[in-house]
Design a protein around this ligand. Structure first.
Ligand code: HPA
Ligand code: ZN
Length: 332
């Protein structure tokens, strides 16, 4: 069994594997502009975040019915279980679906149908986090937020994703204010391609409890001090950073520097179908590229639970699993 861990930065739409994309296309009578899965896989060569987002949004065309969303989430959970995931906080992008005429209820009901069975089937507890597309208007985010109110019993929090540069956190001040008022948890992507100042702004203006990516915090020493002092979790995604060219190679990843600085960092997969690996694949990749020892991997796993929105009881149970894990017993 791989090391037990939580996955805290995972876009469910980013788990759409080429095989499932073609299967759903056939089921829904949609023709994809690729001959087969091989040709589609060859399109997974990205120069930056936007070049990835273009394909990510285009492929979502195959997701139409409640069953499609349930099958997508179930396929992820099955893969996640094999990767040692015991808790998953899962992002979804409602605006990417409602803009195509898919009702919000179809998306939420499909996803939550799969999530409701996750603990029993796969031993994975889950939370659902609704993300707003930051390259859409603040009004659109507010409309989406209000439309989602009937589902707040199934949505734990809100996030902010899509094209970062030029779309600063403060644009979404009001929707984050309403989320806090509604008792929802708050996270946001910041400092992936955007500057360190966006991380500060997400903390100060949006009141986020966790930063997704946060890589560029290293450009601001005062910000690093603050993130360490306040133990604000950062959800790093190493394979994503290489594929989207935020860094050149995994050997250049600042994970070790960040751990040494005392930052509460976690390792996650972001969009595993597109970036070449699920969460344990990310753990193994950084282990190899940065020569991490078992106790550092154990620390990263423990951090994933500390940074989660788990209740105290399951948090303690899963931390105990990490502490008791024996390395070197994994059968390849
Ligand atoms: N960054 C921003 N938006 C996203 C990402 C990402 O890595 N993945 C899916 N939407
Ligand atoms: Zn992301």
């Amino acid at each position: 069994m791989p090391l037990p861990k939580a996955e805290l930065h995972l876009h469910i739409e980013g788990t759409l594997e080429p095989e499932l994309a073609f299967a759903l296309a056939a089921r829904n009578g949609i023709t994809l502009p690729y001959a087969d899965t091989e040709e589609l896989r060859r399109a997974y060569s990205f120069s930056d975040l936007q070049s990835f987002l273009d394909l990510y949004y285009a492929l979502m065309a195959v997701l139409r019915t409640e069953d499609d969303f349930a099958d997508l989430a179930d396929a992820y959970l099955a893969r996640a279980a094999e990767q040692g995931v015991r808790h998953a906080e899962i992002f979804f992008d409602p605006q990417a679906h409602t803009a195509r005429g898919v009702p919000l209820g179809t998306v939420v009901q499909g996803l939550t149908r799969a999530l409701a069975r996750a603990e029993e089937r796969y031993g994975i507890s889950t939370r659902l986090i609704m993300c707003f597309l930051r390259d859409q208007s603040a009004e659109s985010a507010l409309e989406t937020f209000e439309a989602a109110r009937p589902y707040f019993d199934r949505i734990s929090g809100i996030g902010l994703d899509s094209a970062e540069v030029g779309n600063p956190p403060a644009k979404f001040r009001e929707v984050y204010r309403r989320a806090a008022e509604a008792g929802l948890r708050r996270v946001a992507h910041a400092g992936e391609e955007g500057p360190a100042g966006y991380i500060t702004e997400a903390l100060d203006v949006l009141g986020v409890e966790r930063i997704d990516h946060g890589l560029r915090c290293l450009e601001d020493a005062d910000l690093v001090d603050r993130l360490v002092r306040e133990q604000i979790p950062l959800t790093l995604c190493p394979l994503s950073n290489v594929r989207l060219r935020c860094i050149d190679t995994l050997a250049d990843h600042p994970l070790r520097t960040m751990l040494a600085a005392g930052l509460l960092v976690t390792v996650n997969s972001d969009d595993p179908a597109y970036f070449g690996g699920y969460v344990d694949d990310n753990f193994r990749a950084v282990e190899a590229a940065l020569d991490l020892d078992p106790e550092t991997l154990r620390l990263l796993a423990a951090n994933s639970f500390r940074a989660s929105f788990l209740d105290d009881e399951r948090h303690a149970l899963l931390l105990a699993e990490v502490a008791a894990y024996e390395f070197g017993r994994t059968v390849a």
